[in-house]
Each structure stands twice: as structure tokens, then as C-alpha cells.
Design a protein around this ligand. Structure first.
Ligand code: ATP
Length: 374
């Protein structure tokens, strides 16, 4: 189970009759398809349940930028800020870019604006899904990459320089505050997972042998590790981690890393458990949280009904789990687990095979199969 894992701290308990405001940002391409497939499942879960949702969709993304000149409208940012949680599809489109050539990525702006510092990327081998590694131990893959999401190399986004068409620079930023909070989050996550039978281990992934910024990241990791004596703290260089994620990914539990490294290895871990369509994610801060599939807008299959919605459906489960903690309502945690069990049941039989894996089951067929297993 990937749910019941991602809470960062305790929240005030709202009256149980108050519906949760969910800010829905479908975005571009298959973001729209996978959100359309997921909302009916959440609607189904709330019928007769001791919780309720108010869904409100808001515009943002590359196509919105093309139409209006604004990628993330102020009203959308305000709605995201005011909501209890944000459910996000995908944003960006290769041909639509800012004048400096960079992609439209409001998700990155949201991470900074809402201080969503912990990018939680679980990768669990779902029974029945064909895995790229033949080793039978690959069936035991159950790890989480925690990607620091507000600084690192991405701090330079939009601020890099090119001098005289001769030299370009982007700068890595690692702060004590940013590192302490993401390391603490990762250790708490490992504690929760340990309570459910995982090893209770956090691996700091860095390049401390080369970069001062990365040595600082590791130093703070070691300092914070002392506060969590029940959790094993390990280090691994990013290059060795890339190798070990292919050689023995089943040995990892929680990995915490800098923004850019996390961006890269979370795609790698998604591939290890089947592909982008299977990989959910959550971007968690102390006040706000956003839930989205790891994949992008996939222009090659957008609007064709071929997108696998599983990553988004599992991201919605992470959202329910987070709301359970936020509100103190265990029925939401149960609903999260119902989604996960339904997804497992759909693929365990081997009858449902997404286009992504060479099968013939598209967005609607997969979502319907999950719905009927709920
Ligand atoms: P971004 O940079 O915005 O994360 P990306 O360039 O990494 O996006 P994706 O949009 O994630 O690319 O798509 C990468 C490949 O994976 C494409 O071939 C796409 O069709 C496929 N893909 C991504 N998501 C899904 C999905 N949910 N179902 C099926 N195929 C997918």
C-alpha cells in the first residue's frame, strides 16, 4: 500500500459536515483525460460516506497561456491556496513556450508559491503488471522517492544567465531550512512505513563528493538523522543510485534527494514499476498539498482515449489519505485503501492491459474496471 504514508503534521479538525474543497486543475493533453476518468470514482466514494467533496475546476496550463498569455491565472492560484487539496492533471505542451524557450510549467510555480517542498513519488510493483526487470525480486519493489521541490538546481529556473552566447550558468541552491524540512519529512515517512513492515530506512542521494552544496545537503541529513534513531540513515551518490535502481531496487525504502536528481530518478522508478501511467505523486507542504500523476501531458496520445488513468487514480488515493490525516476522519483513509485495492484487483487478473503496455484498454475501460471493483 502506498497510502497511509504521506502526512507531514497534524492539522486542525474541521466539522465533519463540511465538504472538502478540491481545486481541480486538469491542464493540458491527457491531463484532461485522466482527471475526467478519476472524478467519477471520487464521486462514487462519497455517496453515503461520512465525507463529501466540492470539486471546482480552474484553468491553467500551456493551452491557456496560448489563448490568454497567462499560464497560471491569479484566480486559479487563489483557488488552489484556498482549497483543502489540489487535484492536478498535467500541464505543458512542447510547441507552446515562453519567449525564452522554456516550457510552460505552472506546476513548478505552484510548488514554490504554496511551499510544496516534499515531492512524494511512490513506486510499488502492482501484481499483474509486467515489469522491465526479469529478476523475481522486482515484485518486491516498494519505495518512495522524496524530491525536494522548492530549491536545488530548479531554484535557477528562469534566472540562469548566458553571457555573450559563450557561457551559460544555472545555480544550485540548498538552504538549511529547505533541507531540514525535507529530511524530517522523509524520516517521518520511513517511520510510518516501518510501522507497516517496511525496513525503516532513508537513503540520502547526493553528489557530496563533488559539490559543496551537496555536501551541505548530506551534512544536514546526518544532523536530522540523529532525531530519528529508529530509522536507518544511509548515503548513496546519485550515479551509484542510478546503477542500484537497476541492479537491486528492492533494497530501497525511502530516498531523499535534491530537486533535479529527484526529477530524474523518479522517472526511473516509475519505469521500474511499469511506466508513467502507473506512477502517482503528491507534492506536500505544511499547509497545502497537490496530487498528480508523475507523467506529463503526453501530446502523442492526447484526446485519443489511450492514456492510462491509474497514476491519477492512485494520486487521488494519496489525496484521500492526506485529507484523512488533515481532518482526523478515518473513513477517508479507508476510501484511499479501497481505491488501491480496486486498482490491484483490476490488474491482478491480467485481463485489463493498458495501451501503454501493448494492450487494448484505454482510459475509460480502466477507470470503469476500477469503479466496478470499488
Ligand atoms: P513532462 O516533461 O511534462 O513530465 P514528458 O516529456 O516526460 O512530460 P510525458 O508526457 O510524461 O512526457 O510522456 C512520455 C511518454 O510516456 C509518452 O510517449 C507518453 O505517451 C507516455 N505516457 C505518459 N503518460 C502516459 C499515460 N498516462 N498513459 C499512457 N502513456 C503515457
Amino acid at each position: 500500500m502506498i497510502t497511509n504514508l504521506i502526512h507531514s503534521r497534524k492539522y486542525p479538525v474541521p466539522p465533519s459536515s463540511t465538504p472538502f474543497d478540491i481545486c481541480v486543475l486538469p491542464g493540458d493533453g491527457i491531463g484532461v483525460d485522466v482527471i475526467d476518468a478519476t472524478l467519477p470514482l471520487l464521486d462514487k466514494l462519497q455517496h453515503g460516506a461520512p465525507f463529501a467533496f466540492n470539486f471546482a475546476a480552474h484553468p491553467a496550463g500551456a493551452q491557456h497561456y496560448q489563448a490568454t498569455g497567462v499560464a497560471l491565472p491569479d484566480a486559479t492560484l487563489a483557488a488552489a491556496r484556498d482549497a483543502d487539496a489540489i487535484l492536478f492533471g498535467a500541464m505543458g505542451w512542447p510547441e507552446i513556450r515562453y519567449p525564452d524557450g522554456t516550457e510552460i510549467a505552472p506546476q513548478l510555480d505552484l510548488r514554490v508559491a504554496l511551499e510544496l517542498y516534499a515531492g512524494v513519488r511512490p513506486a510499488r510493483a502492482i501484481p499483474g503488471i509486467r515489469l522491465p526487470l526479469a529478476d523475481p525480486r522486482a515484485r518486491d519493489i516498494d519505495l518512495v522517492v522524496v524530491r525536494e521541490s522548492t530549491e536545488g538546481l530548479f531554484a535557477s529556473r528562469g534566472k540562469g544567465t548566458i553571457d555573450n552566447d559563450e557561457e551559460a550558468r544555472d545555480t544550485m541552491v540548498i538552504t538549511r531550512r529547505g533541507s531540514e524540512r525535507v529530511h524530517d519529512f522523509s524520516f517521518r515517512l520511513a517511520q510510518r512505513r516501518k510501522a507497516r513492515g517496511r525496513p525503516g530506512r532513508v537513503t540520502c542521494v547526493d553528489k557530496a563528493n563533488v559539490f559543496r552544496s551537496m555536501a551541505f545537503f548530506r551534512k544536514i541529513f546526518d544532523e536530522r538523522a540523529l532525531r530519528f534513531p529508529d530509522i536507518e540513515a544511509r548515503h548513496n551518490y546519485i550515479d551509484a543510485t542510478a546503477l542500484d535502481l537497476i541492479r537491486k531496487p528492492w533494497e530501497f525504502d525511502v530516498l531523499v534527494t535534491e530537486n533535479m536528481f529527484g526529477d530524474i530518478i523518479s522517472d526511473q522508478t516509475a519505469a521500474l514499476v511499469g511506466g508513467m501511467g502507473m506512477a502517482p505523486s503528491a507534492d506536500i507542504g505544511d499547509r497545502h498539498a497537490l496530487f498528480q500523476p508523475c507523467h506529463g501531458s503526453a501530446p502523442d496520445i492526447a484526446g485519443q482515449g489511450k492514456a492510462n488513468p491509474t497514476a491519477t487514480i492512485l494520486s487521488a488515493a494519496l489525496m484521500l489519505d492526506w485529507l484523512a490525516e488533515k481532518s482526523g476522519n478515518p473513513a477517508l483513509a479507508d476510501a484511499a485503501q479501497r481505491i488501491e485495492r480496486a486498482v490491484d484487483a483490476v490488474f491482478a487478473g491480467g485481463k485489463v492491459v493498458p495501451y501503454e503496455f501493448g494492450g487494448r484498454d484505454g482510459t475509460r475501460a480502466i477507470a470503469d474496471a476500477v469503479a466496478s471493483n470499488l
